[in-house]
Design a protein around this ligand. Sequence first.
Ligand SMILES: *[C@@H]1O[C@H](CO)[C@@H](O)[C@H](O)[C@H]1NC(C)=O
Ligand SMILES: *[C@@H]1O[C@H](CO)[C@@H](O)[C@H](O)[C@H]1NC(C)=O
Length: 163
Amino acid sequence: MRFLAAFFIAVLYWATTITAAPAIIKPFKVCDPTAKGPFLRQRQEAALKDFAKLFLIDKNPKAAFDKYIPGEYIQHNPDALSGREVAIEYLITLQATPGLVYSNITLISGNGLGLLHYRRKSVQADMDMAIMDRMGFKGTCMNEHWDVRQRIYGNETNPLAFF
Ligand SMILES: *[C@@H]1O[C@H](CO)[C@@H](O)[C@H](O)[C@H]1NC(C)=O
Ligand SMILES: *[C@@H]1O[C@H](CO)[C@@H](O)[C@H](O)[C@H]1NC(C)=O
């Protein structure tokens, strides 16, 4: 009897660790717009981190969008219209800019939002910007975008400017 109890506790422990832990840690094949529950915040944080890796480190916006923005994409950038195809096309061209480097990448998530803050620089293309992309989550997918951009000239009054 005691053996049986111990066995059940062991199974229960195993089941809890197996079902709970990987949901937080394991990267998703594709996001889930219906995801909810107590670990949603952690899962959104993991999604944002993986999205940033695909987008800014691998410079593969198509892969980032296919995995995390598979459906609607509500755009608030004043120079662009909504829709993921428009954004992917723009970003593929942008990522091909010669000498493009991303640095000072910071990620924050919570309250159903994810924020990417980073520097996008290309000496060849005379491009140097401090950018914040605010992403809206739907489950572990993202479906909305706002951004703020600042031009970096290198002559700023504040020695702590931008980062
Ligand atoms: C920003 O990135 C540059 C280049 O990697 C680095 O030298 C600098 O220390 C970073 N600044 C901050 C505030 O992290
Ligand atoms: C820095 O340089 C830019 C571009 O030349 C200029 O528009 C801006 O006024 C300058 N800012 C300061 C604080 O000198």
